[in-house]
Write a protein that binds this ligand. Sequence first.
Ligand code: ADP
Ligand code: MG
Ligand code: MG
Length: 522
Amino acid sequence: MSTSTLSAPAHLPSWPPEVSPEQLDHLLLLATTHALTNGFILLAPPAPTPGNPPTQTFAAPMSIFPTPFPRRLFDRVRLLQPIYNVLYARVALDWEFIDGVFQGVSRVDDFQGALWRGWKSIREDLVQDLQLGIFRSDYLLHDTGDEKPLAIKQVEFNTIASSFGALSQRAGELHRYLARATNGYYNASPEMNRMSNYPENHSLELTAEGLSDAWKMYGRTRAAILFVVQPTERNIFDQRWLEYELMAKNDGLRVLRHTMRELEDLAQVEQLTQRLYLPCPEDPYSSATEIAVVYYRAGYGPNDYSTGSEWDTRLLLERSRAIKCPSMALQLAGAKKIQQVLAEPGKLEEFLLGENQPDVGFGAGAGKLNQNHVDMLRETWIGLYPMNSIGLEMALNHPELYVLKPQREGGGNNIYREDIPEYLASLEGNKKDTSAAYILMEMIEPPPGVGNLLLKGGEKRPKLTEVVSELGVYGVMLFGERKGIVNREAGTLLRTKGRDSDEGGVAIAHPEYGLIWAKDEI
Ligand code: ADP
Ligand code: MG
Ligand code: MG
C-alpha cells in the first residue's frame, strides 16, 4: 500500500506525503516498536483484577504522520490557557453563579443534581482552602469556506479527569523519532526535515508538576497522592506514567490507586483534623497513610455512582483536608451548561474584569487582565445557546448547523445535526424540559482535505482516511479562596480522528494521536 495523496484545498498542504510500500513497512515497524518500547500503550482486555495482573498491551492508536496545524492558532490558544484557568477558578469560587445555573439543571439531570446538592450540603464545612485544576481546553479548526483564514474554536473545557497528558507526550516523542529516523519521512519535503516543525510537548511532566505542587503545598512529606480510578479502565498506562513521573521527581512521594467502591471501605477521616487516611501496608512508618491530594480519574459520570453509596464516599473525601483535583465545585464549573451561560453577553467581562473577583492570579509577570484578553478568549467561541423555546426553534429549523449536548463527559453523548429533531421528538415526561438539560452548539467545521494513516490499537495495517484533529491545551491551576498559587499552560494533545462521523468514529473508545506539525504559513 502506498499513500496516495488526498486533494487538499489551496490553503492546506496535500497530506500525507507519499511513501512507497517498502517505506511504509519500515515506518510501521519503527512506529510500533517505538510505541511499545516507550509505553505509548493501552491495556488489552480483560481488565486486571487482584491476582490477575495485566500481561498484554497494544500500541495505542496512532497517526503514522504528524498532522499539519497552523502555528499561529496553536500558539494563540496556548497563550490563552492561563486566562481560561483564571476564568474557571473564579467560576468555581462563585457559589451564587453555580447555584443559579444548577437550580435549573438539577431539576432535569439526576447526576448533576446529586453533584450540586452534595456539594451544597458540605460546602460550609470545608477545611481545605486550596483546590487543584488539571484542565484541558479542546479546540477544532474552523473553516468558514469563504476564503477567510482558518479560525480556531473551542469544543469544550474539561475540569475533571482530563486524560492523555502522558500518552500525548509520548506521541510527540514518537513523531520526532520517526522524523529523525527516516530523514524527514524519506525526504518528503524540507519542512519535514526541520525539527522545529515538531514542537516539543511536556504535557506529562507539566501535569505531574501540578499534582506535586499541590502535594508540596499540603506540606506533609509522608502524605501520599490518591488516584481515584475506574475498575475497568484500559487507559491505565497514561495514569501510571503520571505516578512514575511523580515518584521520579519527588523523593518519598507515593501514589495509591483505588476505585470509589474500594474507598467506601478503606477511607477514614479523622474527626478533629479532617485528615484523610488510607490503609497502606507498604508504609514504613504506620499502618495508615495520610492523603495530601485526591486526583480523580473517575467520578465524572453516573456509571461511577451506580449503587448510590459512592456519593457518601465522594462527600467524605470532599470534606477531608486533602486537596481535591478537582473539587466538586470545579467539576460543576466544567459542565457544558456553564460553558453556554458564560457565552451570554457580559458574563465574561464580569468574571475576568469584575472589581470584586478574587485575585487568583494570572501567571508570572502577565499583569492585569484587560478587555483585549476578554476579546481574544471570546474569539475562540462559536455559537452556544440554551435549549429554550428559541433554541428549540433554531434546532428544528436548521438542525444541520448544530450539535445538541447533554451535561455529560467522556464522549458518545451528543446528538448531531439531522438526528436532533427525531431525538427531541422522542423525549418524554420531564425529559421534554430541555432548557436546562441540554445546550445547543453551532457545529465547528474543520477544513477538509487533510488525510493521515491511522493505525488502530492491536492492528497491523493502517487506514488512509480523511481526518479531523482536535487540539487540547492542558492547564494547571492551584488556587484558594482569594489567591492563586500556580497558573500554567501545561502542554498539548492532538487527537487525530477519522472524519467519517461527527464524533470522529473510533474516537470514543480509541482516540487517535498525532503530533502537531505546526507550519507557520498555513
Ligand atoms: P465530551 O465531554 O463527551 O468529550 P465534547 O463536547 O468534547 O464532549 O464532544 C465530543 C466530540 O464531539 C468532540 O470531541 C468533537 O469531535 C465533537 N464535537 C463537539 N462539539 C462540536 C462542535 N461544536 N462542532 C463540531 N464537533 C463537535
Ligand atoms: Mg469533556
Ligand atoms: Mg471532549
